[in-house]
Write a protein that binds this ligand. Structure first.
Ligand code: NAD
Length: 487
């Protein structure tokens, strides 16, 4: 049985308590994970604060921080196959996806390595002749990073990368589901040569997250997860008045007009909803298709969904693996039963597979007669696509925006002017036109409404981890005039 350790203040430690991690492909325990205590959280935050104020980190030039991040990126690239195997084993995410994603995670660290010495302050053209005023851009302090189980290496890279580039220190709480890749990542981080305490990695459940995010020494909370947990996070941050960035869920519309390149739209929709077994915040989980092509499009989609290769996550031929937990599988069954009760029709899938592990097949629900069905309105982390049709552009916009989420959207049309109108009208943080699920370290990522606030990726993300300091310097040698008049 494999045992994992915490990484606190630059040391690897056994925890006083452990919990089991299940292999989603078999449902059986495969490893023991450390469960952090409140005392562990305190030590990790103390180490982060000590590192933040240490000369070794605080006086390090931004260029030198960038070089350490480059070294980390190189080490991640070398270790990518090992990290991918671990993520696949612990979360059930298929090896094809983990291998590609982790290789790209290294590029995120490389991007922030390059950005470290380009986070600039400013000189202000102040309205007083005897003053020089400028803004220093300074790191906010200790960052608490909390991530969900899916894509933890990726979701932590978009926090750790910009935070360290900006000069912050970080305590990361990995999800209690599938934390193995993060605890292994700590070993790679340790080799990169950062001062001790700059990053600690712990794991455990909601209690550990709550202790960390309400800690008095935490200045910023970077969170990815569900909106219900985000409400707790915001309440926790009432304790320390930390700033927050919240990357939450979505109910993303995937809009297909009759003039679209339908073959591309079909392929993008299949990967848009069934990749990562649907456990993706940007899953295109609502197909909004023009009425005139609905039947033909749905027939082809059904064919493609039924041809998807379902199998063991470590098999390179597999396209859809198990869900991460039994709870997710049970929730899928519950969602489908409720939606069918509300009038949705099952086009394909809909029932758990009769095999060991937490498998659930690609499922399509026709919701044209059930426009308020739960599958259309509530976020679900699984391979369930809800379909609804529209007559014209106005109705497409109305359906797309009929949600309080606003993370991503997909738009397939060959009509350039319509595309521009739709881009303006859709309320979401990302609009993909004639493509879907494309990401890059250079492009900010984040949502509107219930999908959260703050951005990850790009220069905007680095600025989330900084605050400005206004500096006033009087240039006159004359004595200060009337001391009771504000200047
Ligand atoms: P979750 O909200 O249940 O848990 C996320 C993390 O929060 C976990 O580490 C958990 O231990 C921690 N947590 C739980 N309760 C807490 C509390 N009271 N205080 C502090 N921390 C607490 O999410 P999940 O089920 O693990 O992941 C799925 C969700 O994540 C979905 O809603 C999905 O859309 C979202 N997600 C969003 C993005 C994005 O970038 N927008 C990316 C991936 C996943």
């Amino acid at each position: 049985m494999q045992q994992f350790q915490h990484y606190i203040g630059g040391a690897f430690e056994d925890a006083s308590a452990q919990f089991d991690s299940l292999d989603p492909a078999t449902g059986k325990v495969w490893a023991k994970m450390p469960a952090a205590t409140p005392e562990d959280v305190n030590r990790a935050v103390d180490a982060a604060e000590a590192a933040f104020f240490s000369a070794e980190w605080a006086d390090m030039t931004a260029t030198a921080r960038g070089k350490l991040l480059t070294r980390l990126a190189d080490l991640i690239a070398e270790a990518a196959p090992r990290l991918a195997e671990l993520e696949t084993r612990d979360t059930g995410k298929i090896i094809r996806e983990t291998s590609a994603q982790i290789a790209y995670v290294a590029e995120y660290y490389r991007y922030y390595a390059g950005l470290a010495d380009k986070i600039e302050g400013a000189h202000l053209p102040i309205d007083k002749p005897d003053m020089e005023v400028w803004l220093r851009r300074e790191p906010v302090g200790v960052v608490a990073a909390v991530v969900p189980w899916n894509s933890q290496l990726f979701l932590s890279a978009v926090k750790i990368g910009p935070a360290l580039a900006a000069g912050c220190t970080v305590v990361l709480k990995a999800s209690e589901e599938g934390p193995a890749p993060m605890l292994e990542f700590a070993r790679i981080f340790d080799q990169a040569g950062f001062p001790k305490g700059v990053l600690s990695v712990i794991t455990g459940g909601p209690d550990v997250g709550a202790t960390l995010t309400s800690h008095q020494k935490v200045a910023h909370v970077a969170f990815t997860g569900g909106p219900d947990t985000a409400r707790h996070i915001v309440r926790n941050s009432a304790e320390n008045l930390a700033s927050t960035s919240l990357e939450l869920g979505g109910k993303s519309p995937f809009i297909v007009f009759e003039d679209a390149d339908l073959e591309s739209a079909l392929n993008a929709q299949v990967s848009g909803i069934f990749a990562a077994t649907g456990q993706s915040c940007v899953a295109g989980s609502r197909l909004v298709v023009q009425e005139s092509i609905k039947d033909a499009f749905l027939a082809r989609l059904k064919e493609k969904a039924e041809a998807v290769v379902i199998g063991a996550p470590d098999d390179v031929a597999t396209e859809v693996g198990p869900l991460c937990t039994k709870r997710q599988r049970d929730m899928a069954l519950d969602l489908i039963a409720r939606s069918v009760g509300q009038g949705a029709k099952v086009v394909t899938g809909g029932d758990a597979l009769d095999r060991e592990g937490f498998y659930f097949p690609p499922t399509i629900l026709d919701c044209d007669d059930a426009r308020e069905a739960d599958s259309l309105t509530s976020e679900f982390f699984g391979p369930v696509l809800s379909v609804v049709s529209f007559k014209d552009e106005a109705e497409a916009i109305e359906i797309a925006n009929n949600t309080r989420f606003g993370l991503a959207s997909g738009l397939f049309t060959q009509n350039l002017t319509r595309a521009h109108r739709m881009i303006r009208a859709i309320r979401s943080g990302i609009v993909w036109v004639n493509t879907y699920r494309a990401v890059s370290p250079i492009a900010p990522f984040g949502g509107h409404g219930l999908s959260g606030h703050g951005r990850e990726g790009g220069i905007e993300a680095a600025l989330e981890y900084t605050k400005s300091k206004s500096v006033w310097l009087r240039t006159s040698d004359d004595p200060i005039p009337d001391p009771f008049v504000m200047r």
